[in-house]
Design a protein around this ligand. Sequence first.
Ligand code: HOZ
Length: 427
Amino acid sequence: MEKSKKLFAEAQEIIPGGVNSPVRAARSVGGEPVFVDHGRGARLFDVDGKSYLDFVSSWGPLICGHAAPWVLHAVEEAAKKGTSFGAPTEAETTLARLIRKHYPAMEMVRLVNSGTEAGMSAIRLARGFTGRDKIVKFQGCYHGHADSLLVSAGSGVATLGIPGCPGIPAALAELTLTVPYNDADALEKTFKKHGDSIAAVIVEPVAGNMGVVPPQPEFLPAIDRLCKEYGALFICDEVITGFRLSLGGASAYYDLKPDLTMLGKIIGGGLPLAAFGGRREVMEKLAPVGGVYQAGTLSGNPLAVAAGIAAVEYLAGSSVYARLRQSSRQWADGLLALAREHGVPACGNRVESMSTLFFTEGPVTDYDSALKSDTAMYGAFWRGMLERGVWLAPSQFEASFVSAGMIPDDIETALDAAAATFKALKK
Ligand code: HOZ
């Protein structure tokens, strides 16, 4: 860790907290960031020459594993032609069509650079389309760090225990109504009270930013029904679940037809790319067709688009989802069994290749139950796993992702590390 420590000290002098995104600082788990040299397949290599089995996958995008040759090749070929034009390319239409093929509710698509941009733009569009100001989000869900969406947010906000964010005007935050995840009755009550002024309900179809929390069977259909009844838009945030739960994401998995969908992470193949899209009549409210303004110099960047097409074509042309399901089950079931064997209070949530082991008896069904986790215990577990060569999210309130780069032996190796870590924790 010597070189990492030195680089972290230098970074802190010039970059706030030494990191360009707060959760990377590993403060909540009592650790320090590992500085990365490179990644290959299932492994991350730090600047001190140590390698780690990677269950973070760059927070989701790297479903193909690190430095997948087909993604690298696509990026190299695109780079030879130039790195940015600020003018349209044919590849953008190709990617938009690929997205629509797998997400038919996205009749029209706009490419942006990050999930935050996708969320911010979807909210503005929903407000512009409906002429209403209020939005509903669920406690513990995270949809990027736009002002309207940081209220009661998960991810780093939950990790650092930030109650409200200075810099967000109260008048704006008041327009965001919050409801517990999986609570269809509370959503109905909110609609009864504010129905005429709600522009949209935004949801992670499987929550991934308070740890993984699956939707209960009636929850997503209730959102759809209430949005239709009250004339609000249903925004499905598939930034994590898109191309992860299945080729058609959570929309195909749960048979959803949202008015607007957000995608990110996997559709960029590890480069900065995201998208939002939906019903034609809604999307055509966007400038230059309509008056809702949204723009970006690097939107549809040719390198990111090339990487995205390569990643999506690989996923469409392989049997990767069955393998990912198997690896994820091996990992999540194995971890829970080990925790129980060592007398550690724990419960596990998993949907396809995303999972979380919570350090509480559970069940974890919403943000309040997720917050019952023993985060100090998670921190000790994280540090033990890091020492033994396994890279986990430096926060209890995130998902663990397996990638196509992992083979059953890798999972076994990580589970051996977990067994040793649980044993050490009990001492
Ligand atoms: N949960 C975040 C994205 N879904 C983690 C990434 C970050 O905040 O840096």
